[in-house]
Design a protein around this ligand. Structure first.
Ligand code: NAP
Length: 287
């Protein structure tokens, strides 16, 4: 199974390394070519000049780019050269409608499409322990499962095209709430003059313990907000959630609040920081 990977950002680079380690990676493409060239040398694979060139030379195309328009741009470029029977897997976080549009573009070229967004952060991408939620044909998923398993700890087939992205939207709503809870609680702890590393350690071992507290608590309380998961990307995801909720009538209290907070931070120039930069607003408020 010759596999190509498009998008070597914070997530894609770890994914590519794990696919290469298992011996499946044929080549890579990145819009900023220098990133692809140095990784290609490291992994001893081909750096392709375009998504179309990559698609023409592999059986499986994986992509992990930023937002909806980027996925559609890359999928349209792939469609120019894709061979019939190729399987394209999008691991970016985008809307369900975008997944359906991408699947339709590729179906016209007799290529299959899976929406397969992931959760687990850059650590999960690096360590091959991502959780992956997949929409599309189960038979297609089973065909390429060994490749996807190089990046994941858990793969769940959710249903037809778009249901992987709908599940990821659930995850993003929850992530907004957890971010609000952890940043507010740790700002509260600071205001109580508690020793923050002790607070994080003891609470991580109890009922309120969670991944975000354990991994981002120590850095946010030291004023370090390197991504991680860029705040502007989570903002993009929450707009997707807000639009989906508007169609179904679901509640969006946490989503609306977090979008407003992120917009304040983005206006102050913090959009490229980790989502834990929300702590900046909570500590300003509590000082
Ligand atoms: P990132 O570090 O900003 O990287 C984005 C990648 O996409 C870069 O390689 C970028 O190329 C490429 N790209 C963007 N637009 C493109 C276009 N129009 N054509 C071709 N390439 C394009 O983002 P990331 O953190 O890896 O996230 C990627 C996706 O995974 C996003 O949808 C995000 O929501 C999702 N995600 C992220 C995390 C996380 O913790 N970071 C976790 C789960 C899911 P350049 O190098 O040229 O800019």
């Amino acid at each position: 199974m010759k596999t190509g990977m498009i998008g070597l950002g914070a997530m894609g680079i770890g994914m590519a390394r794990n696919i290469a380690k298992a011996g499946y990676l044929t080549g890579i493409y990145n819009r900023t070519a220098a990133k692809a060239q140095s990784l290609a040398e490291e992994l001893n694979v081909t750096a392709f000049d375009s998504p179309a060139q990559l698609a023409a030379n592999v059986d499986i195309v994986l992509l992990c780019v930023s937002a909806d328009r980027d996925v559609l741009e890359v999928v349209s470029a792939i469609a120019e050269a894709v061979k019939p029977g190729t399987i394209v897997v999008d691991m970016s976080t985008v809307g369900s409608d975008t997944a359906k549009q991408a699947a339709a573009i590729l179906a016209r070229k007799h290529a299959a499409f899976l929406d397969a967004p992931v959760s687990g952060g850059v650590e999960g991408a690096k360590n091959g322990t991502l959780a992956m939620m997949v929409g599309g044909s189960l038979a297609v998923l089973e065909q390429i499962r060994p490749v996807l398993e190089t990046m994941t700890r858990c793969i769940m087939h959710m249903g037809p095209t778009g249901s992987g992205q709908a599940t990821k939207a659930v995850n993003q709503v929850m992530a907004a709430g957890i971010n609000q809870a952890v940043t507010e609680a740790l700002a509260f702890a600071k205001a109580q003059n508690l020793t923050l590393d002790k607070v994080i350690e003891v609470i991580s071992g109890g009922a309120a313990g969670n991944w975000f507290l354990q991994h981002r608590g120590p850095t946010m309380t030291q004023g370090t907000f390197a991504p991680g998961f860029k705040l502007a990307l989570h903002h993009k995801d929450l707009i997707i959630c807000q639009n989906m909720a508007a169609q179904s009538g679901a509640s969006t209290t946490l989503v609306d609040m977090t979008i407003a907070d992120y917009e304040r931070l983005m206006a102050e120039g913090y959009g490229d920081e980790d989502i834990s930069a929300l702590y900046r607003l909570k500590t300003v408020d509590s000082d």
